[in-house]
Structures are given as C-alpha cells and as structure tokens.
Design a protein around this ligand. Structure first.
Ligand SMILES: Nc1ncnc2c1ncn2[C@@H]1O[C@H](COP(=O)(O)OP(=O)(O)OP(=O)(O)O)[C@@H](O)[C@H]1O
Length: 239
C-alpha cells in the first residue's frame, strides 16, 4: 500500500487550474523527486500534501487515513515533515541550541544531549556545534534546517529544492545525507532542479507540467524521454 496517495487532486486559484487531476503515489521507503518547468505546480502539490492549501476537489490518503482536510499540525503529528527553502533557523543562537529547541519537546536530560550529538554528526555539523547559526555557510544552514525537520523523526520528509545555491560538494554531501536518512526508513519527496542531484538520489521521478503528471519513471527513463526534453526547451536555466 502507498504511504501517500492523491486521487483526482485539483487546485484552482481563481480561474487558474494549478493542480490538474493528479493521481500521485509515494511508496513506503522510496526517494522520489518531483521535477518540472517553472510554474508547473510543484510547490502547490507540496502545499496540498502539507495541508497549507486545501484541494478544490480530490483526496489525499496518508498511511491508511484520509488526510484531505487535516490541519497541517495534524499531518506533522502523523509523521510528515518539511524543509522549505526559506531559512527557519535561529541565526542568533548556536547550532547546538537550534537543535535543542527542535528536540526539547520530546526529549530531556541525558538523552537530549545524546540525540543532539548524534544529529550533529549526521548533519556534518559536529565541528560547527558552537558557532552561531547565522555564521554558517549556506550549505551548512540548509543541513541545520534538515536537522530541524528530522528532529521529529518523520516517516515522510518533504524537501523543497534542498540544494538550491549549494556548491557541487555540498550538493553531493546533501545527497549522501538524504540516502542515509532513507536507509533509516524515511520516505523522501524532493522538489529539485539539479539533475545531477536527482540522478544521485531518486529511485523514481515524476515530471509535472501545467499541473498534470506528464511523465513518471526512473531518472534514465525521464532523461531518455524526448517529450520531457521538449517541455524544458525554451526555458532559461533555473536555480
Ligand atoms: N496562492 C496562489 N494564488 C494564486 N496563484 C498561485 C498561488 N500559488 C501558486 N500560484 C500559481 O500557480 C502556478 C504554479 O505555481 P507553483 O509555485 O506551484 O509552481 P512550481 O512548479 O513550484 O514553480 P517553480 O519551479 O517556479 O517554483 C503559478 O502560475 C503560480 O503563479
């Protein structure tokens, strides 16, 4: 059974039909990348899954229950977590303190310290633990964001362009991080423009175009699909 399934999902903003009859599934344990030209409706589909938008019609099932109208916090409680592009870290606090805030609701004392150390190591941030978060490099800030998002031990992690603005080395390290998370059982859905990163992590790729699922398959299927190449033609580089 799918971990997440959207059925006949539609979203209109006034006269604009941004999500168009989307039947999209995520299988438990997969890393899935969502790609498509600018304005294809990727962010809108994310926000529908998170409950930040409600669909105009259609349903969303997650982990055996209908969450179509569930509030965002109810979805978070069910194990859906997100890392957006816009930083949500506390820049004036140390890296360690940021993780402490994220973790303190469900851990305390000794186990809190241990979990922070484990997360710091996982995020390649052990050496930066006592730096102010605002002084981290761009890539390190994104990793701290990922740390905040995974502190709740989600079943499903949504990543919105996780490598935007990163150096190739940071991008590759992020891919390894996502793969380690996935090896721990986390299902991942990433919106991403960097095809090298998509190739590194994706087990399955969905292409959205004008709000519809245009193609789906492995990265090799997608790269070999001339129809997919055609929809990107004429589009400037996006990053
Ligand atoms: N709240 C909103 N109100 C009105 N129109 C919206 C709203 N959110 C998105 N749109 C429109 O829906 C379309 C799809 O936007 P969306 O951000 O989902 O695309 P995207 O594939 O994520 O694009 P990008 O790759 O540029 O981030 C765009 O035309 C956008 O202007």
């Amino acid at each position: 059974m799918a971990l997440l399934q959207t059925s006949g999902l539609n979203k209109h903003f006034g006269g604009l039909h941004v999500t168009n009859d989307v039947n999209f599934d995520l299988q438990p344990g997969e890393i899935h990348c969502l790609i498509g030209p600018n304005g294809a409706g990727k962010s809108t589909l994310f926000r529908l899954i998170l409950g930040e938008h409600l669909p105009s019609s259609g349903t969303i099932h997650y982990d055996g229950t209908d969450i179509t109208t569930a509030k965002p916090f109810q979805r978070i409680r069910k194990g859906i977590s997100v890392k957006f592009q816009v930083p949500g870290i506390f820049k004036a606090l140390k890296v360690r303190q940021n993780l402490e805030i994220a973790l303190q609701h469900h851990l305390e004392g000794h186990s809190l310290g241990e979990e922070i150390d484990r997360l710091l190591e996982f995020l390649n941030l052990t050496d930066a633990a006592d730096q102010l978060a605002g002084n981290l490099s761009h890539g390190q800030k994104q990793w701290l964001e990922i740390g905040m998002a995974i502190s709740l031990k989600p079943k499903l992690l949504l990543l919105d362009e996780p490598t935007a603005g990163m150096t190739p080395d940071e991008t590759f390290a992020t891919g390894e991080m996502v793969q380690r998370l996935n090896a721990d059982g986390v299902t991942v859905l990433a919106v991403e423009h960097d095809m090298a990163f998509v190739r590194q992590i994706a087990q399955r790729v969905t292409v959205l175009h004008f709000g519809r699922i245009f193609a789906q398959g492995t990265i090799d299927d997608i790269v070999a699909d001339e129809r997919v190449a055609a929809i990107y033609l004429g589009e400037g580089h996006h990053d």
